[in-house]
Design a binder for this molecule. Structure first.
Ligand code: C5P
Length: 222
């Protein structure tokens, strides 16, 4: 295969106010994790590794409905979950790996293709980004400062990597907490390449996001 995928789904979903893990939340009758995995598989990922909360393995296996995936137990932080997933990619391992959040179930396939294509064209770390629509201020105690919105981008997943580069960066910076994988490659000295993401690739974090995702799904079905 051209690329492997690690889908991280081991988060708790406390901001969603849910009792079950967030990735098991159903959207249009299918769990978020099932949608995210199907997207990766349909775009050509093989193998697909899914990182799940250890205490909920059975429910994840059921939600994935017999799909050909490798299930791995997650860690306390996303970064640890990703490394556990990377370690489960067995030989022959593809040269490219995508790391994707199960919480982003509606990524358009053309975003995936842009990310993989940019890695194949030579970038070691690739991120899909979208413009920021709100005006943004940086807060420091009682003061705040306007940031130049035209130069800001919101970062999405799937992020794409030269697999060996990403594994090396994850091991080397395992003790440096970051919120995405490209930043680890940057710490290791590799520039990060940007491609266009999509507003459809929203991350389901708060109950509001579920409403938006349901509306997007309804639009697709029509
Ligand atoms: O918490 P946040 O929404 O940023 O998490 C992004 C993704 O990382 C989610 O898909 C979540 O399931 C995953 N995650 C994980 N292991 C953790 C924390 C988050 O796999 N310990």
């Amino acid at each position: 295969a051209r690329f492997a995928a690690v889908v991280v789904a081991a988060g708790s979903g406390t901001r969603l106010g849910a009792v079950a893990p967030k990735a098991l939340l159903e959207l249009g009758g299918r769990a978020l994790v099932d949608r995210a995995v199907a997207l990766m598989a349909e775009c050509g990922a093989d193998p697909v590794v899914v990182v799940v909360p250890a205490a909920h393995r059975e429910e994840f296996a059921a939600a994935l409905r017999g799909r050909a995936v490798t299930l791995v137990d997650g860690g306390a932080e996303r970064q640890q979950s990703v490394l556990a997933g990377l370690d489960a990619i067995t030989d022959p391992a593809p040269p490219v790996v995508l790391v994707h959040d199960a919480a982003r179930p509606l990524v358009p396939p053309d975003v995936v293709e842009r990310v993989v294509g940019a890695v194949e064209a030579g970038a070691r770390a690739v991120i899909p980004v979208v413009p920021v629509t709100d005006t943004v201020r940086r807060v420091d105690g009682d003061t705040s400062e306007l940031l130049d919105r035209s130069r800001l981008r919101a970062v999405q997943t799937p992020q794409g990597f030269d697999r060996v580069t990403l594994v090396g960066a994850h091991r080397r910076y395992a003790a440096t907490p970051v919120t995405d994988d490209a930043t680890l490659c940057e710490l290791a000295g590799h520039p990060v390449a940007l491609v266009d993401g999509s507003t459809d690739a929203l991350k389901i974090t708060h109950p509001f996001d579920v409403l938006v995702a349901e509306a997007l799904l309804a639009r697709r079905a029509n």
